[in-house]
Design a protein around this ligand. Structure first.
Ligand code: SME
Length: 164
């Protein structure tokens, strides 16, 4: 597969790339029981696969805050309160946030001035606790659609069942 998809990625290429990433993640994590190792591996695989991913990382729930976990990209905010920004909203509402234009999202936390759009998916444990969120930011407007959402939600559901 073309590693790091080119900017003009089609929906079909997107699906194929996500399927390839899913296969690689499954194989890499087959015998891995450690949650940090799993997050680091997922972030690496996703970030390398798509050119429109400019910041890819997990925030972990610690108390009533999200604290930075494994990521790739420039510096992310270290702590985000539940309910704040896109990440805090996803955690508080326990629901994926797809933001095509970050400037139109009230309270968006601009850790990088180049970010134009993002998707944040919560990771729920088997008991239904929010273990954290997967945050992906793009320097392109409206970079994420339902294909991204479906794949990333499936991935986070699997991670929550396995490591939660
Ligand atoms: N996009 C996030 C902030 C986190 S960092 O920029 C990586 C938000 O508004 O929640």
């Amino acid at each position: 597969m073309p590693w790091k998809q080119s900017s003009a990625i089609t929906e079909a290429e997107k699906v194929t790339t996500y399927q390839t990433v899913a296969g690689r993640v499954d194989a890499l994590l087959e015998d891995e029981s450690d949650w940090v190792a799993a997050m680091a591996t997922v972030v690496c695989e996703l970030h390398q696969a798509f050119e429109y991913y400019d910041w890819t990382g997990f925030y972990r729930t610690i108390g009533e805050e999200l604290v930075i976990g494994p990521y790739q990209g420039t510096h992310g905010c270290l702590r985000i309160a539940f309910g704040r920004g896109v990440c805090g909203t996803a955690a508080a509402q326990r629901a994926t946030q797809v933001v095509p234009d970050v400037d139109a999202f009230p309270g968006h936390i601009a850790c990088s001035s180049t970010t134009r759009s993002e998707i944040v998916v919560p990771v729920l444990s088997r008991d239904g606790d929010v273990m954290g969120v997967l945050d992906i930011d793009s320097n392109r407007p409206a970079a994420f659609d339902t294909v991204d959402q479906q794949f990333l939600e499936r991935l986070c559901t699997d991670l929550g069942r396995r490591y939660g």
